[in-house]
Design a protein around this ligand. Structure first.
Ligand code: ATP
Length: 357
């Protein structure tokens, strides 16, 4: 029995249509939001604490009803009113919620047993999943005898054992320490791809979302701000929030006068810029170049330097501007107080109209 037909139903698409959520106390947990997830696609809901990620996930799961007008559709079938137990979803949470008195093997097979799957089939599916999550030598241990990463792999295997149509993951790596989190993140990304399952993955960690998801829906204050793949969102954010949530960025506002003149005043220089450049101009630290000569680009002074291993992040003061961050190779050797030249390509300037922090 191959992995794909043993453990995964044919993946289905998920459509979330105008789903909002007003809680009983009047809190608007989610503004009406729409999102389509293709069959077999992994989409991350990414945003800061309280932005509505879990609320949206719970609506997809059937643990919350959306406000009137909202619909959830699995593979063309409207499941909005269907309770969680009928939706054929798998869930993985931050806290593993494993049965403490059951072995790894029994935990993974529990859902199949409840559904009356015969012992032979159950054994086959569970063994296959144990191999998949590489827990062969731990199959007979209890959860308390496993590391955090191993427990989370059991939780994942258990969630997919019942052949869910859709897998929902809510901050599954948050409880793990940084090093483990990184290795399990890559492992999880590979596992989900091998399973070919439709998955919605909630996280507030942009690195995690970028590593695991095919596309990300960036959320803020109960709204989906932008949906796209990691590269598009990073390189062409449509909102200031998206630009700064996905990595460090310098933000410089242009005056009405600069807008009218079609220029961007940077230090003493008036740079001619495309008409489309809005009132807020942004540039990522890695897209700015430093040189020894103040005659190249704009003259600046090194205010601080932070060694980050693969690179050094400099804070550079510029006349008439707030200081900017610049990334340079880890081998660069400028010191605090050094005079430098600052330059960048105009094509690397990003622009959005909605400047707000
Ligand atoms: P976190 O990353 O901290 O889990 P989140 O993005 O998942 O945050 P949600 O849990 O979806 O955020 O919450 C969105 C908003 O709805 C928050 O302001 C939260 O306080 C509120 N909220 C969530 N559940 C309820 C509830 N049952 N009753 C009232 N307000 C709620």
């Amino acid at each position: 029995m191959s992995l794909n037909n043993a453990t995964v139903n044919k993946p289905v698409s998920v459509a979330i249509e105008h789903c909002g959520k007003t809680f009983a106390d009047g809190t608007k947990g989610l503004m009406p939001s729409s999102l389509s997830v293709d069959a077999g696609e992994i989409v991350a809901l990414l945003g800061p604490s309280g932005c509505g990620k879990t609320t949206l996930l719970r609506i997809v799961a059937g643990l919350e009803l959306p406000d009137a007008g909202g619909r959830v559709i699995f593979g063309g079938q409207d499941v909005t009113k269907q309770p969680v137990e009928h939706r054929q979803i798998g869930m993985v949470f931050q806290h593993y919620a494993l049965f403490p008195h059951m072995s790894v093997h029994a935990n993974i097979g529990y859902g199949l047993q409840v559904r009356g799957v015969d012992a032979g089939t159950r054994k086959k599916i569970v063994s296959e999943l144990i191999d998949l999550v590489r827990l062969g030598e731990h199959a007979h241990k209890l959860p308390a005898e496993l590391s955090g990463g191993q427990r989370q792999r059991v939780a994942l295997a258990r969630a997919v054992a019942s052949q869910p149509k859709v897998l929902l993951l809510d901050e599954p790596l948050t409880a793990l320490d940084a090093k483990l989190k990184e290795s399990l993140r890559d492992e999880l990304a590979e596992l989900l791809r091998r399973l070919g399952i439709t998955a919605i993955y909630v996280t507030h960690d942009q690195q995690e979302a970028m590593a695991i998801a095919d596309r990300m829906a960036v959320m803020n204050r109960g709204e989906i701000v932008q949906i796209g793949d990691a590269q598009t969102l990073y390189q062409r954010p449509q909102a200031h929030f998206v630009a700064q949530f996905l990595g460090r960025i310098n933000t410089i506002c242009r005056s009405e006068e600069e807008m009218r003149a079609g220029i961007f005043k940077f230090g003493e220089k008036n740079l001619l810029v495309p008409d489309a450049l809005g009132t807020t101009v942004m540039i990522r630290p890695e897209n700015i170049t430093l040189t020894d000569s103040q005659h190249t680009g704009l003259p600046g002074l090194v205010q601080s330097r932070t060694f980050l291993g693969d690179r050094i992040q400099y804070r550079i003061s510029l006349p008439g501007h707030e200081a900017i961050l610049v990334d340079a190779p880890g081998s660069s050797a400028w010191r605090i107080g050094d005079a430098v030249g600052v330059s960048f390509n105009i094509e690397n300037l990003l622009s959005v109209m909605d400047y707000q922090t």
